[in-house]
Design a protein around this ligand. Structure first.
Ligand SMILES: [Ca+2]
Length: 162
């Protein structure tokens, strides 16, 4: 009787220990998944936000003096404002020539020829080449005007003083 009982109890404890191990493994698995899920979630969120782009304004004109009708776009992303300059291709695609990150994150407007505008092309210094004129608001919501000029020697755009 005692032997039979101890045999059963040994079997039971064997079962418990196996079951206990299973619980332990399951618990670890859940911990692992719990640790993994927020990471996956934040990775996906970051990727989605990274892709977040909103073209808030476009203008076009010859800004390089080559007679090319380039497209200048003001683009808002998750954490910055950009200026992108595109060269329309014959096949209808747009070739990105330059991407400039503006010093401010907030879109701004200025009075251009009697109209409130947030992006303009104009030859403000009279040298025959149009400048890109970009208003923004800085972190104190003070209006700023940024001027970008094309430099033929380096085939790039640089920030010019007003
Ligand atoms: Ca000019």
């Amino acid at each position: 009787m005692t032997m039979a009982f101890s045999l059963i109890s040994a079997k039971v404890s064997g079962f418990i220990s196996k079951f206990g191990r299973f619980i332990l493994v399951a618990a670890f698995g859940m911990l692992f998944v719990a640790a993994l899920v927020p990471d996956i979630r934040s990775t996906i969120r970051a990727a989605l936000l990274q892709d977040f782009r909103n073209v808030i304004s476009t203008v076009h004109g010859d800004i390089t003096g080559d007679g090319l009708n380039l497209i200048v776009a003001k683009v808002r992303t998750r954490d910055s404002l950009l200026i992108e300059i595109y060269h329309p291709q014959e096949d209808g695609s747009q070739k990105l020539l330059a991407r400039i990150t503006l010093p401010d994150k907030n879109d701004g407007f200025f009075n251009f020829n009697g109209q409130a505008t947030n992006l303009a092309l104009d030859d403000i210094d009279g040298d025959g080449f149009k400048e890109i004129i970009v208003p923004t608001f800085d972190q104190n919501m003070v209006g700023q005007l940024h001027i970008y000029r094309y430099d033929a020697a380096s085939n790039s755009f640089y920030k010019a003083a007003l």
